[in-house]
Design a protein around this ligand. Structure first.
Ligand SMILES: [Zn+2]
Length: 78
């Protein structure tokens, strides 16, 4: 107790967020439903994904999920 703990999503929620992010979609927080999911780094406007760690954070409930984006933009996006 007293130790600060980063709130995380449940595994299924995290997977949903990650797959949506890989598809270039913005989804509301699966935990609290707020449309306040933030992304770091910001998604480039041309939609070209940059390889590297991506952090998705809900501003409402502070849950965080991190994954490594391989930078392979899916051609099905448009
Ligand atoms: Zn939330």
């Amino acid at each position: 107790m007293g130790r600060r703990h980063v709130k995380e999503f449940r595994p299924d929620e995290a997977l949903g967020l990650i797959s949506a992010d890989r598809d270039g979609k913005v989804v509301p927080c699966p935990s609290c439903g707020a449309a306040t999911m933030g992304r770091r780094p910001n998604r480039p406007e041309d939609g070209h994904l940059v390889a590297g760690p991506v952090t998705l954070t809900c501003a409402a409930c502070s849950r965080v999920v991190t994954y490594i984006d391989r930078g392979t933009a899916t051609p099905t996006a448009r």
